[in-house]
Write a protein that binds this ligand. Structure first.
Ligand code: HEM
Length: 408
């Protein structure tokens, strides 16, 4: 039924529903990329996808940036000198820096204070947006607006992030060279000149919101998938060994991995897919709204109804997966050990509103995982059983955990 809603009846469920919280964060115009609807959404989605292709996916530049960021991540892990540490801040740094390269045209040192405060705001905002406080705000906006409480953090975090992004935009305006656009901001500003009166969202206000969405949708999700990967491979050391043996055989210990290695690493590829299936990072997907009265799975859905296309029901469907509740890379391998695609693999959703960063996220997951498992053996403290339940909010977050990274 999920596929019927988001693919077969794509046009009927393409819009996001109204949310008082979102309307307040997005200054009343509900634009940006994630929550916008209609022509603005269509045009801005197309623009962002073209831009992602131009600044990376079609060239090797992004692949190179991810590999360089992997080196910074490895160096930061080496500094832990074999002592147990929390990997989350380091993974957040690395993943956010990839979005920074695309949006701002530069990366930040992990010790940069402004970068760290941006990340703190992002993490707090992602947590609060998925919490009971966001639900309460959307249910009783007139009351909650006047009450003290953690929900106010959503707006102050968003405000701080928007201010940081606005500073970057002003900096870009000072030395923008139209013959050599460096990143998303430059390209957007040039497009804004061409589309000044077109009502398609090419204005400074919406540029801030689109950048905010790229950070919100693109960093927490990828970082949390990497976190789940460490947890599942530490819990299944025989699978970690097999991944390392395959990487050793195909790439060795010193050569930098590239995307061209992927077809030669079918076991590693299957493991990454299984991490995404079990990690189930966006369990409830993005909310959708029925655009007219219609039938879905035999039920009448009136116009305006909010629909939650539950991805958990697909990723753990007993009719689709041989062992739905067990971490099992064989779900993505045939009898000869070749990689096989599965129709029920939908962590990025599907249809017209599916994740627009899927290509980038897949590249990041492959290159970060391969370079980390090439260099380190990961384990946790003796006697500690890492938890796989997760804290469910807008995204599914692992409980805090510590790891050892032992150089191989
Ligand atoms: C493992 C990483 C990721 C996962 C699991 C993921 C998953 C998702 C899901 C489930 C949706 C909702 C789709 C729907 O409503 O049908 C979504 C939307 C979106 N994602 Fe991702 N995502 C990931 C990484 C990224 C990255 C790296 C970017 C940024 C470049 C990104 C940008 C977006 C945007 C902008 C949307 C809104 C699309 C729209 O409404 O048209 N995501 N993502």
């Amino acid at each position: 039924m999920v596929k019927e809603a988001i693919v077969t009846q794509a046009d009927n469920f393409v819009d996001r529903p109204y949310s008082p919280m979102v309307t307040r964060i997005y200054s009343g115009n509900s634009a940006g990329l994630f929550f916008s609807n209609g022509n603005i959404w269509r045009r801005q989605r197309r623009f962002a996808m073209t831009m992602l292709r131009t600044f990376g996916l079609a060239k090797s530049s992004l692949e190179q940036s991810i590999c360089e960021e992997s080196h910074h991540l490895q160096e930061a892990m080496e500094k832990e000198k074999g002592e147990p540490f929390d990997p989350v801040p380091l993974l957040n740094n690395a993943v956010a820096n990839i979005i920074c390269q695309i949006v701002f045209g530069r990366r930040f040192d992990y010790s940069d204070q402004n970068f760290q405060s941006m990340l703190e705001n992002l993490t707090a905002m992602a947590y609060l947006e998925g919490s009971i406080w966001a639900l309460l705000y959307d249910a009783f906006p007139a009351l909650m607006k006047h009450l003290p409480g953690p929900h106010n953090g959503i707006f102050s975090n968003a405000g701080s992030l928007e201010a940081s992004i606005r500073r970057e935009i002003e900096r870009h305006k000072l030395d923008l060279d139209p013959s050599n656009p460096r990143d998303y901001i430059d390209t957007f500003l040039m497009e804004a000149k061409k589309n000044r009166n077109s009502q398609l969202g090419f204005d400074d206000g919406n540029l801030v919101l689109c950048c905010l969405d790229l950070f919100l949708a693109g960093s927490e999700t990828t970082s949390k998938t990497l976190q789940w990967g460490l947890i599942y491979l530490i819990k299944n050391p025989h699978i970690q060994d097999k991944v390392q043996t395959e990487i050793e055989r195909v790439i060795g210990q010193t050569r930098q991995p590239t995307m061209a290695d992927k077809p030669n690493l079918p076991y590693t590829d299957a493991v990454i897919h299984e991490i995404q299936r079990m990690g189930n990072i966006v369990p409830l997907n993005g909310l959708r709204m029925a655009s007219k009265d219609m039938m879905l799975g035999g039920y009448v859905i009136p116009k305006g109804t909010t629909v939650m296309p539950n991805l958990t029901s697909v990723l753990f469907d007993k009719n689709e997966w041989e062992t739905p509740d067990t971490f099992n890379p064989d779900h993505f391998l045939d009898a000869e050990g070749k990689f096989v695609r599965r129709d029920a693999f939908l962590p990025f959703s599907a249809g017209k509103r599916a994740c627009l960063g899927e290509g980038l996220a897949r590249m990041e997951l492959f290159l970060f995982y391969v370079s980390l498992f090439q260099k380190f053996h990961f384990s946790t403290l003796d006697g500690v059983e890492l938890r796989t339940e997760g804290i469910t909010g807008a995204t599914r977050t692992p409980y805090p955990f510590k790891i050892y990274a032992k150089a191989r």
